[in-house]
Design a protein around this ligand. Structure first.
Ligand SMILES: Cc1cc2nc3c(=O)[nH]c(=O)nc-3n(C[C@H](O)[C@H](O)[C@H](O)COP(=O)(O)OP(=O)(O)OC[C@H]3O[C@@H](n4cnc5c(N)ncnc54)[C@H](O)[C@@H]3O)c2cc1C
Length: 488
């Protein structure tokens, strides 16, 4: 059976695909893992995954082709199987034994401690999906890739009708928005002031290799995308100055392998506000350091509670968190893989990479073919102009769907099928991912998972978040389908 319904027979695609049980919009990690979980459950189901990329399971993150663009967590932390934390380690051991990723033996650490290239992680996701397809085939379940972009959606009491960019329609009893993140660096966005048009993609090594190797490169943003961009520049042979600007001037810390630490938030459920949380985390980190233990040990226990704390918080508390804790959380929790961190540190020590606390005020007219930006250093009242050979925008993600200039988010908002999530981060949904519409009603047909639920959970993006949501949503959808069949 063909895995792709694109290309051939597109003019009769609705006749070809008929009606699916579940339409998944987006075939990155979320879409692929949801399909895999559904295929493994008993019952016979037809799943259609709409995804414009040629391959499922990769999305933005795992389409990386550079070996230096690695996961930011080691293999033991990145399993896509919520029931088996060693799943990626086991897969990687077999992959390396068969001659895949020969460069891994230069690292001299156990496989569980390796930080795999994201492209190799994409292969792992694809293999798990392929296995689930084989398992599903036994009971007649299928998951097919429809290659295209969904541009509109209608929902009624019987299900969902999805329109693709080529005008074709797909119908499904249920639809799931697994559309991922809209990265600032790659998305045409409203209000981007031309920044993205003037900037080089942080992962485009080919474009970087066309730059003057000694030219100055300006980078906006200092998170993990900046770290990737520095890896890309190094790979492209760039040896000139790199000037990084970000509001707080904080670099991500390097990820180490800290020992286990007591789960203090499980033990004390009275901690709820950002202020209480910060105070207790500081106390725990100080206690760890005083006993010679890495501060990352207590911090890593917080991750499992962030969703609960965020969802219990009031909007005022959430705003406090975003304003006061977020920069610190981003640099301490979203840590850099060791090899990339080593590179950044080396360039910093050599004086080639500088980091300046400053906010971007705008893009100026190019001068003599050079990019020119206006920045305001932290603590100063006046902006100044900085020029360079090239500009890289690594300011991260646009989570506010009202600002994303893509047809589907715009149509969903215009039809009132979705409404912004808390603090306008992603979209609103119930705790199980059923989308809340503009009137405040919880949909019985439309669901979402992964990054679109950022506002519901704060952390809803990492591999482990996506993997556990996929499992829970698959069970929920299967129950709905079974009860529907029972009634029918
Ligand atoms: C560069 C990068 C590096 C990352 N590194 C890590 C890491 O090291 N560790 C970690 O835990 N997490 C990491 N992440 C987070 C990562 O996004 C998630 O782990 C995961 O990719 C989310 O999967 P997703 O399928 O929800 O989103 P995505 O991977 O973004 O996939 C969404 C898919 O939906 C498709 N789509 C969007 N709109 C439509 C539409 N209208 N119609 C059809 N298809 C559509 C897109 O083409 C895309 O392929 C990284 C993210 C990025 C961007």
């Amino acid at each position: 059976m063909s895995e792709t319904l694109s290309g051939q027979a597109t003019s009769t695609i609705s006749a070809v695909v008929g009606r699916a049980d579940v339409l998944i919009v987006g075939g990155g990690l979320s879409g692929a893992m949801l399909a895999a979980q559904l295929l493994r459950l008993p019952g016979r189901r037809r799943i259609l995954i709409v995804e414009p990329r040629a391959e499922l399971g990769r999305g933005e993150a795992y389409s990386a082709t550079e070996l230096g663009h690695t996961l930011n967590g080691n293999a033991a932390r990145m399993s896509v199987d919520p029931d088996n934390a060693d799943d990626l380690t086991q897969w990687l051991e077999a992959f390396i034994a068969k001659g895949g990723w020969p460069e891994s033996d230069q690292q001299h650490v156990p496989v569980s401690e390796l930080f795999p290239p994201r492209g190799i992680f994409g292969l792992y996701v694809q293999q798990r999906l392929a296995e689930a397809r084989e398992q599903g085939a036994v009971s007649g379940s299928t998951a097919e890739h429809v290659c295209g972009e969904a541009v509109d959606l209608h929902i009624d009491s019987s299900g969902a009708r999805l329109t693709l960019a080529d005008g074709q329609c797909l119908e499904g009893a249920y639809a799931v928005l697994a559309t991922g993140m809209f990265p600032a660096a790659r998305t045409r966005q409203k209000h981007s002031s031309g920044l993205n048009a003037a900037a080089i993609d942080p992962w485009d090594v080919a474009a970087m290799s066309r730059l003057d190797p000694q030219g100055t490169v300006l980078i906006i943003g200092s998170g993990l995308t900046m770290v990737d961009a520095v890896v890309s520049l190094e790979q492209a042979g760039h040896r000139g100055p790199i000037r990084v600007f970000s509001r707080h001037g904080l670099l991500p810390h390097v990820r180490r392998q800290p020992p286990a630490w007591e789960d203090f938030l499980a033990a004390d459920q009275s901690i709820r506000s950002p202020r209480q949380l910060l105070r207790e985390v500081r106390r725990q980190c100080a206690a760890a350091l005083a006993s010679g233990i890495d501060w990352q040990a207590p911090l890593d226990t917080v991750r499992a509670h962030i969703g609960r704390l965020w969802s219990q918080a009031s909007d005022v508390q959430r705003r406090q968190f975003v304003r006061h804790v977020r920069p610190w959380w981003e640099s301490h929790h979203h840590r850099s893989p060791p090899l990339s961190a080593e590179l950044v540190e080396r360039l910093y020590k050599e004086g080639r990479l500088t980091i300046e606390a400053a906010s971007l005020k705008g893009l100026d007219e190019p001068r003599d073919g050079r990019v020119s930006i206006s920045i305001r250093p932290r603590g100063e009242s006046r902006a100044r102009t900085v020029t360079g050979e090239a500009l890289i925008n690594s300011t991260g993600i646009e989570y506010d769907w009202r600002r994303v200039d893509r047809p589907l988010p715009q149509q969903l908002l215009a039809r009132g099928l979705i409404r912004p999530g808390p603090l306008a981060l992603g979209i609103a949904a119930d705790p199980g991912g059923a989308v809340v519409d503009a009137e405040g009603d919880v949909s019985t047909r439309l669901f979402a998972m992964g990054p679109p639920l950022r506002g519901m959970w704060w952390e809803s993006t990492a591999v482990t978040d996506v993997a556990s949501q996929a499992k829970a949503l698959a069970v929920r959808l299967a129950q709905l389908m079974d009860s529907q069949k029972g009634r029918g």
